[in-house]
Design a protein around this ligand. Structure first.
Ligand SMILES: *Cc1c(COP(=O)(O)O)cnc(C)c1O
Length: 444
């Protein structure tokens, strides 16, 4: 496989961009494929290599790289009318109406420009609304590049996970292990009246895909309610991808107080959003006094791309198609793993998937049909990662240094480490899946 042009571009990039990239995960070892263009479910790199793409922009790309004509036409028409004005437009009202119509917990929306901005504003809103400072987060959860959540450790000792984050932030952030009801109960026992919010992804999507165990979200919902804290679901990744138009919260049957959205709802353009009950949302300026603002917020081009993408997804049964493809892929992977690497775990839901190189095989044989879902009746469920530590303990070097590159050689572009989820798009076909399964068969 010729990668010379990508190598030369990376060489140039290293002189002018720190680490050669604008977001660290893209800097895969020894150098990334520079993408020249997308074509349906495929991408073509600077050397002309074609890959079946499962990066999908790290989540935002729902319909594939070739947008439907009506989506392109709407975006082009908005661009012709001028990209932005700094004044309200109808399309932002329409996108907010679309979201509030489909997600029952969301009565009002504030648009921002990234997932990071959304979670930052959600934490400030929760603190401003409750008059409390502490937030509980999950170890291995990801909420973007913001000070309040770049915190590691546990409920007893927390510290910034990056230089540049003042230790004072760690004093107000309490990390707990995902799926551990006892840990979060203990935290509320000690600090119940100081906690503004529990902030969690409905499933850990930036840590190999860890599904919640039955009852875990219900416990979070009850504890927050009991203690006057807010439950914030960070659906930046899962929103309008898992659980269809109702998002992951509808799949799990939980109504959070606040939800953060981003990725898919921008139709491939930068976006973020905070949503929730009117009573809480009206604390934001100018309705209330919790400050939040943005020059580009509600950007008309982004709003148009997001609205037309979601309308298309709703009208063309895109989520059904994606779930079917996901089942086909994950159940194929389950068979291959059972055959060739029985210690490994296939996980994911709807259009998300990952093979985690867990080291301890299941106690009994017999896999669960479409991957690990924490179903106690599935014989593999004990081996199914329960928290960030379980994924960290897997064979992450083999994944990243060997497996990822071999898959790329086979023409399948995955996310470059064991922790980032992979995504199907509406453009993937049954043939793409078959080809992908052949690649796993050759490489695992
Ligand atoms: C991607 C992601 C973010 C950050 O969003 P950006 O748009 O990259 O700032 C926050 N939370 C979750 C769950 C994410 O997956």
């Amino acid at each position: 496989m010729n990668l010379e042009s990508s190598r030369d571009l990376y060489d140039r990039a290293l002189s002018v961009l720190p680490g050669g990239v604008n977001s660290p995960v893209r800097a895969s070892y020894p150098y990334p494929a520079f993408i020249e263009r997308g074509d349906g479910a495929h991408v073509i790199d600077a050397d002309g290599n074609r890959y079946i793409d499962y990066v999908a922009g790290y989540g935002p790309v729902l319909l594939g790289h070739s947008l439907p004509d009506r989506v392109i036409a709407a975006i082009q028409s908005q661009v012709s009318d001028g990209p932005m004005y700094g004044a309200p437009t109808e399309v932002e009202v329409e996108l907010a109406e679309f979201i509030t119509r489909h997600v029952p917990s969301i009565e009002m929306v504030r648009f921002v420009n990234s997932g990071t901005e959304a979670t930052t504003a959600a934490v400030r809103l929760a603190r401003g609304y409750t008059g409390r400072d502490k937030v509980v987060i999950m170890q291995g959860g990801y909420h973007g590049a913001q000070e309040s959540t770049l915190i590691e450790g546990d409920q007893h000792e927390a510290a910034p996970s990056s230089p540049g984050v003042p230790a004072e932030f760690a004093a107000n952030t309490i990390p707990v292990p995902f799926n551990d009801e006892g840990a979060v109960e203990a935290v509320f026992e000690d600090h119940g009246s100081e906690i503004a919010a529990v902030l969690t992804e409905p499933l850990l999507g930036n840590q190999g895909i860890v599904m919640p165990q039955p009852g875990y979200h219900e416990t979070l919902r009850e504890l927050t309610r009991e203690h006057g804290a807010l439950l914030i679901f960070d659906e930046v990744m899962t929103g309008f991808r898992v659980g269809g138009l109702g998002c992951a919260q509808s799949h799990f049957g939980i109504e959070p107080d606040l939800t953060t959205l981003a990725k898919v709802i921008g139709g491939g353009f930068p976006i973020g959003a905070i949503g929730g009950r009117t009573e809480i949302m009206e604390s934001l300026t100018p309705a209330g006094d919790v400050f939040e603002a943005g020059t580009f917020s509600g950007h008309p081009v982004t709003m148009t791309a997001g609205l037309e993408t979601l309308r298309y997804a709703a009208e063309e049964n895109v989520y059904e198609h994606l779930s079917d493809l996901g089942e086909q892929l994950r159940s194929g992977l389950v068979d291959i793993v059972a055959d060739q690497a029985p210690a490994y775990t296939v996980t994911g839901i709807d259009s998300m998937f990952k093979v985690i190189f867990t080291r301890d095989g299941p106690a009994q044989t017999g896999a669960c049909s479409a991957g690990c879902r924490q179903d106690p009746d599935c014989p593999h469920s004990q081996a199914c990662p329960k928290n960030a530590g379980d994924v960290n303990a897997a064979a992450t070097d083999r994944w990243e240094r060997v497996f990822y590159h071999q898959m790329r050689e086979q023409g399948v572009l995955l996310t470059p480490n064991q922790f980032e989820s992979e995504f199907l798009t509406a453009a993937h076909t049954a043939e793409d899946i078959e080809e992908t399964l052949e690649a796993y068969k050759a490489v695992l």
